[in-house]
Design a protein around this ligand. Structure first.
Ligand code: HMG
Ligand code: MG
Length: 303
């Protein structure tokens, strides 16, 4: 069984120019859960001036139902963010830092060390309140400002997050520039110290290498992958970051490779359709477009 973490409603929408309303977000998220998604990142308690698309996260979370086996989560950058998360009752949060200084400075306006120091009380208080916590490390392979990133630095930051008590660290190819040899080199190195069940791979698909990178991760024993419905996505502080790996494309690949994901591809395409209607444009997932074409040709063929 492979665990997918759906980041479309957060990583996907944070970079959209079109404002998506609370009702549309809630409809999208409910449709994702109905398709079988079990881990869905639904918002971010970041500064609304920095990322306006995440401004209504409290309202989205309050409008979501409690569903058996489904976890909603949201990004939290500091204690103020945790306060907002606790106030709306979400049970899982994610803290996020980077392996390159310049990116971290631009993304959260502080050094890596300052962010780790700031996260220690955030993670501690969250765990005490009964929440679970995920960690992200961005720019694990390539930084848009500094170029190639050293694997030793990635291990230091990953280990610091795990030592605080996060239950897994998602390794971000933030600008989608990595290739399978990068995964083997950096993730392989981390796995000498960190058990595979503590790591997830978060691929963006800027250069079309995301699926190949997933296969490299699978070969190393990684079993948790982040993806975004329809291939929505990007990062406002990483020039060149395009959409995340599309969940539909990942589900097709994994199913074809014999892995179970628990996700129904047709229903997932319906969920992405909710967001296509809200944004007024087609999403880039190849599988999504293939399914659209199939349904168009079967409609054209019907009497
Ligand atoms: P800052 O301006 O340095 O914060 O922002 P500050 O501590 O100096 O406070 C300034 C003001 O912001 C204060 O208000 C605070 O109360 C307020 P004032 O006193 O001036 O009225 N403030 C907040 N308000 C609401 N919620 C908060 C909050 N914190 C402070 N949580 C901060 C620092 C981290 C908040 C800011 O830089 C920020 O929000 N950054 C978010 C960036 C972001 O969301 N980036 C995208 C997500 S990361 C990503 O996409 C990568 C990932 O997908 C993995 C990958 O692909 O690699 C995860
Ligand atoms: Mg991302």
């Amino acid at each position: 069984m492979i665990r997918l973490v759906e980041v479309g409603p957060r990583d996907g929408l944070q970079n959209e120019a079109t404002t998506v309303g609370v009702e549309q977000k809630v409809a999208f998220i409910n449709a994702l859960a109905a398709a079988g998604e079990r881990d869905i990142e639904v918002g971010a308690f970041v500064h609304p001036k920095w990322v306006p698309q995440m401004a209504g996260s409290e309202d989205v979370i309050k409008a979501l139902p409690t569903l058996d086996g489904v976890r909603w989560s949201a990004l939290v950058p500091n204690l103020k963010g945790l306060e907002r998360a606790l106030a709306c009752g979400i049970r899982r949060i994610a803290v996020f830092t980077a392996a390159s200084e310049t990116f971290n400075q631009k993304n959260i306006n502080m050094s890596i060390q300052a962010s780790l120091d700031g996260y220690r009380p955030v993670v501690h208080q969250a765990l005490q309140a009964g929440l679970s916590v995920r960690g992200y490390v961005s720019t694990v392979f390539v930084c848009p400002y500094e170029g190639d990133v050293k694997k030793e630095r990635v291990l230091e930051v990953t280990q610091a997050l795990l030592d605080m008590g996060v239950d897994e660290v998602s390794l971000g190819d933030t600008i989608g520039a990595a290739a399978p040899n990068d995964i083997e080199n950096t993730v392989g190195y981390l796995l000498e110290t960190v058990p595979p069940q503590r790591l997830a791979l978060h691929c963006h698909d800027t250069y079309g290498t995301a699926l190949a990178n997933v296969v490299a991760g699978l070969n190393l024993g990684i079993r948790t992958f982040d993806a975004s419905a329809g291939g929505l996505g990007g990062c406002p502080y990483a020039p060149g970051a395009s959409g995340n790996l599309a969940t539909e494309d990942l589900v097709y690949l994994l199913t074809r490779m014999g892995f179970d994901t628990g996700i129904d591809l047709d229903r997932l395409a319906q969920a992405s359709g909710v967001m296509e209607a809200a944004l007024g444009r087609q999403l880039p997932s190849r599988q999504l477009q293939r399914l659209r074409q199939l349904s168009r040709s079967s409609c054209a063929g019907s009497p």
